[in-house]
Design a protein around this ligand. Sequence first.
Ligand code: CA
Length: 227
Amino acid sequence: MAVRVLVVEDERRLAAAVRRGLSAEGFAVDIAYDGEDGLHSAREGDYDAVVLDLMLPKISGYRVCQQLRAEKNWVPILILSAKDGEYDQADGLDLGADDYLTKPFSYVVLAARLRALLRRGAVPRPVELLAGDLSLDPASRRVRRGQTEIALTAREFSLLEYLIRRAGQVVSKSQLLEHVWDTYDSVGLNVVEVYAGYLRRKIDTPFGRQALQTVRGAGYRLAADGG
Ligand code: CA
């Protein structure tokens, strides 16, 4: 029985070329032309693997991947990313993709990568980040302190994610402003303080902990042991 692959790609010529390339390698290929259709097909279609473009109409590939993993759908996903795309490969892998290829790519390489993924099969791969009993799951966007789930806003989540990836290290306010707020504007440094306060009230105060530490004159540090 042929291996079934779903290709989610909005550029029709590329999608058709991928279909030809993979069919020649013996795969049975279906195509979805936008993220919504791709997500639906990936849920319902019982595919052996998904080849997923990132920049897609309706729902981005990024969100499709995130959503499937949040639903504990572990179908192997290979991301196709444009060279200077909005997202980098690390983002895709954080969201639970299994591999990525940068466009332009050769179909022989794509087929080989897919075979490698298929050999591994659909393995659960939660990518949880931990600092002591504080955990953050980038794929499902869940944060927990022990068994207690904590609801964060998108900005608070990004701030915590940046800090927990660097747990134990001092991170400056301007670094946070640049990476979490996407701006270098130093006038806005106080916004970092405000959000650090919001975050503390959610991840520390209710638990009598002090994970998010102010390092005077330098910035912040998230205690590696969770405070
Ligand atoms: Ca695209």
